[in-house]
Design a protein around this ligand. Sequence first.
Ligand code: ADP
Ligand code: MG
Length: 460
Amino acid sequence: MSLRARLLAAFAYALLVVIVALEVPLASNLDSRVRAEVEADSATQAQVVAASVTDQLSLPARLNRVSAQASQRLGGRVFIVDGRGRLLADSSGLETKGSIFASESHPPLLRALNGEIAQGTHEPDTDELSTAVPIVRGGRTIGALEVEQSLDAVNREVREDVLALVAIGLLALALGLGVAWILAGSIARPLHSLAAAARRMAGGDLDARAPTTGSSEQVDVATAFNEMADRLGSVLESQRAFVADASHQLRTPLTGLRLRLEAAAAKSPGDAQSDLEAADRETERLSQVIDDLLDLASSEEPSEGGSASLERAAADAESRWRDPADDSGRRLQLCEAPDVAVRAGPRDLALILDNLIENAIKYSPRGSTIRIEWAADDCCASLRVLSGGDPLGEEERERAFERFYRGGSSRRKPGTGLGLPVVAALARRAGGSAEIGNRDEGGVVAQVSLPVAEGDFADS
Ligand SMILES: Nc1ncnc2c1ncn2[C@@H]1O[C@H](COP(=O)(O)OP(=O)(O)O)[C@@H](O)[C@H]1O
Ligand SMILES: [Mg+2]
C-alpha cells in the first residue's frame, strides 16, 4: 500500500469519525427542537386568540371574523366550540355549525374542554398538528379553540437542513482528503527522488545525489545519503587510482626484468635455458595482467563521451584480428547491416571488440567462423560477437563478468580473467550493458548494448 493511500485512508477514517460524531446528534436534535418550537408557538398564538373571544361566544359573525383572521395568520384551520362541544365557528366554513364537534375524532378539543392545553398529531397523517386551548371566563371553561396546522413546510425545512448538514460533511471530507493528497505528495516526493538517486548509484552513476528538499527530517535523510555517496565515491575512486598507480609502477621494472631474462637466456648454457624461458613466459603473463588492470582502472573513470560508428569499429577490429585469427585457424566475418552510431568513444569500442574477438578466437574450435554483428532500434544498439564451441555452463554464464574469473573452457589457455570485466565497465560507462550467453543454434554469443547517438559520428 503506497504512502499516499495509507495517508488518505487515515484521514478519511478520522474525518468520518469526527463528522458522524458531530452531525448525527445535531441532525436528530434539529427535528425535535424545531417541533418543540412550533408547538410552543402554536399554543401561545391559540391562547391569544382564545383570550380575544372570551366575551364574544354569543356573537357568531364576530367569531367567524376572528377565526378567519386567525386562520390566515396561523396558516391553518381554526375551530371554536362552546362549553358543550358544539361548533360555533370554522374558518374554512366546511363543518356544520351547531353540531357536536368536540368528539373522539378531536381528542385535543375534548381535553381543552377539561381546562387543559392539548396538542397532538392526527394519526396516521402525522404532518398535521392540532393545538386546542380552553376559552375561560371567570375561572370557568366556557368553550375551546382548536388550530389545525400542516407541518409540511416545517418538515421540509428540517429535511433541507439535514441535507445541508450532510453536504457540509461531504465537503469537509473532500477538503480533508485533498489536504491529505497534497501532504502525501510532499512526503513521498523526496522519498521518490532519494530512491531514484540510490538506484542511479546502484547502476554505477557515482555522481548521483538526492535533492535536499522537504521537511527537516527529509533533508536530514537526503543529506545522510549524500554524505554516504560522497564517502563511497571517494573510496571507490581511491581504489581505482591505487590499481592504476600500482599497475603503472609495476610496468617499468617488469619490462626491465623481461629484457634481462631474454639477455640471460641468450648467454646461458643449455640447462638454464628452459627455466629462463619459463620465467619469461611468467613475466609476459604478469605484464598482461598489468595491462588488463590498467584497462580496467581507466574503464572505470568517467567517460569523455563522444560517438562512434559500429561498422567502422568492426571493420577496424576485423583488420587488426584477421591475421591472428587466420594463424589460429579461425575465420572472421562481418555482417552487412546498415551502420549505427553509438554513444561511446571509438577507443572504448575498439577495446570492447578486441576483448570479445580475442575470447572468441581463444574459446572457439579450430576451423570455425567468428561473426561480428550489429543492429539498432530506436534507442539501443547491440554489438554481438558470435563464436562456435561448447555452450557455457550456468556458473560460467553467471560469473563470466567477475574479475579474475576464468571458466572451464579456459584451462591451459592464456588469459587473466579481466577481459569481460573491462568490457562490462566500458559498456556501463557509455550507459549500456554487456552479457554473454549460448546461441540456440549452438555456440556462444557475447553482446554489448549501447545507447544510439543522435546526429553525426564524432569520429568520422
Ligand atoms: N567466446 C567465448 N566462448 C566461450 N567462453 C567464453 C567466451 N568468452 C568468454 N568466455 C568465458 O568467460 C570467461 C571470462 O572471460 P574473460 O574475462 O575474457 O577472461 P579470459 O579470456 O582471460 O579467460 C572465460 O574464462 C571463459 O570461460
Ligand atoms: Mg578474455
